[in-house]
Design a protein around this ligand. Structure first.
Ligand SMILES: Cc1cc2nc3c(=O)[nH]c(=O)nc-3n(C[C@H](O)[C@H](O)[C@H](O)COP(=O)(O)OP(=O)(O)OC[C@H]3O[C@@H](n4cnc5c(N)ncnc54)[C@H](O)[C@@H]3O)c2cc1C
Length: 459
């Protein structure tokens, strides 16, 4: 008998304990990527930090496999597990904005939509991701980047403090002076070091409207456009972020119906400045080759932050591959065009964010996020509905990824699929990996937190 019996656990727990017999079970166990149909033995929907402590202790003392679910968005399905215990943070959604000091404290289960909505009441924003139904937990612990990170840094670069429940079941603070080794590790090392029950971020004063939008270019001239784009965006100030997406055109209201469903190059951007100046900076992009549609305008920040949500809703089958590109060379562009021409389904996309800016000026060993100098990411978002398409879609993604390996170095840990231990290592430089392993040995020596992109203390 352990001192943490099921009765003890239930009597101390304020949230919901959901078993397979519960009618809430199927909704509670669902995660974003429908490729994973995991069936945990117990889902603990925690209401308080103390609930998280109870759940961690119960899992540890009873040798239960333990998963932590923030927003449930991870494409590798690490927000759940089979036969184990899931710590589900979805009831922990508290947010407190401190506009005077430009700070925001959010609980570990918040989604980006809620954080944006609260911060925007004061014209503030947190540097984070571009899909508003993503969880702040997983996103931040891996790094976190989006439309304003070129100017303000990654989410981790704005993280001031975290409250963490450790594998021992202790509640600790991590910041620059308290447990600085833990603070270093959670800024890029993922969910390996404990359950983060709250994050405090520095906010950015961006106002409530941004000049932004997608410009839709013809795919016919894609090679020349991509060559132009590569050079043009790298010369932009950090106030401008311009990305690139190759996909079949969604039925956008500003795009003539004849182009809907056709292969196009989408150029979404955000400009953090005066509208007229932004228009001038985007004009060369409009003028290069054929522009099929233009959705540029001043948009409310919250509307822009959720503009792409509908393209990546919960419930589809997904297989993602990614890597950092050393450069967007002509040969790499040839590969992008070849595989763009053979996207396996209408929902697949090739997504190429431009990364350089404030994050690249931070020392590469300041946090556990490696490869800060990378100019572009290549994200292969393979997405489909029918199980019968699994093999074809996954094979396409793997082949495309392999073809672009010569142009790549490293990978963003949050875009890994379930690709094995060696691939997790490729998210870090050898020095950072060694430091992460040492930190894991100190904070989670038994590898309780292993349903993640795992940094094993035994490696
Ligand atoms: C459609 C889509 C768009 C995305 N866009 C972006 C983007 O713009 N920028 C970007 O940087 N990333 C982006 N990502 C990647 C995203 O950051 C990761 O998928 C991230 O893991 C999601 O976090 P989550 O909390 O929703 O996921 P979950 O599946 O709930 O959690 C993922 C992992 O994080 C850990 N975890 C989560 N919360 C906590 C916590 N509070 N404490 C401890 N561990 C925790 C767990 O170990 C879990 O294994 C995107 C992903 C998707 C699917």
């Amino acid at each position: 008998m352990t001192k943490f019996t099921a009765e003890d656990f239930k009597s101390h727990f304020e949230g919901h304990i959901i078993t397979p017999a519960d009618e809430r079970y199927d909704a509670a166990r669902s995660i974003w990527n429908a490729m994973f149909d995991k069936k945990p033995a117990l889902i603990t929907q925690c209401k308080t930090t103390q609930d998280v402590v109870e759940a961690v202790n119960f899992a540890r003392e009873n040798d239960l496999l333990l998963a932590v679910k923030g927003g449930g968005h991870n494409s590798a399905g690490t927000g759940s597990c089979d036969n184990g215990l899931v710590i589900d943070l979805s009831l922990m959604q508290g947010i407190k904005v401190d506009p005077e000091n430009q700070k925001i404290t959010v609980q570990g289960g918040c989604l980006l939509s809620a954080i944006d909505a609260e911060a925007q009441k004061f014209g503030q924003a947190v540097s984070s991701g571009i899909i508003s139904h993503t969880g702040v937990g997983g996103l931040t612990l891996g790094g976190g980047f989006g439309w304003i990170s070129r100017k303000y840094g990654f989410s981790i670069d704005n993280l001031l403090e975290a409250e963490i429940v450790t594998a021992e079941g202790k509640i600790v603070k991590a910041n620059a002076t308290e447990n600085p080794d833990l603070f270093w590790a959670i800024r890029g090392g993922g969910g390996n070091f404990g359950v983060v029950t709250s994050f405090t971020f520095k906010t950015a004063s961006i106002g409530q409207q941004v000049y932004s939008g997608p410009i839709i270019k013809s795919f016919d001239n894609a090679k020349a456009y991509l060559q132009f784009h590569r050079d043009y965006v790298r010369n932009m100030s950090d106030d401008m972020t311009i990305w690139l997406v190759v996909r079949h055109a969604p039925p956008l209201p500003f795009l003539d119906a004849q182009h809907h469903g056709k292969l196009v190059v989408i150029v979404p951007f955000v400009w953090l400045g005066d509208e007229e100046e932004g228009k001038k900076l985007m004009q060369p992009i409009r003028d290069f080759g054929e522009t099929l549609g233009d959705g540029s305008a001043m948009h409310p920040w919250t509307a822009w932050q959720s503009a792409f949500d509908g393209l990546v809703t919960h419930g589809a089958r997904n297989y993602w591959k990614s890597h950092h590109l050393k450069s967007l060379s002509d040969a790499c562009i040839d590969s992008i065009i070849e595989y763009g021409n053979s996207l396996p389904t209408a929902e697949c996309e090739i997504f190429i964010p431009h990364m350089e800016g404030a994050p690249s000026r931070i020392a590469s060993d300041a946090t556990a996020f490696s490869f800060r100098q990378t100019p572009f990411l290549l994200n292969i978002h393979t997405r489909w509905r029918e199980e019968s398409d699994d093999e074809r879609a996954i094979e396409w993604a793997k082949n495309f990824h392999k073809a672009t390996e010569p142009f790549a170095q490293g990978v963003y840990v949050n875009f890994l699929s379930a690709e094995g231990d060696n691939r997790v290592k490729q998210a870090y430089t050898p020095e950072v990996w060694e430091k992460l392993v040492n930190c894991k040995k100190k904070w989670d020596p038994q590898n309780l937190f292993r349903v993640n992109q795992n940094i094993s203390p035994f490696s």
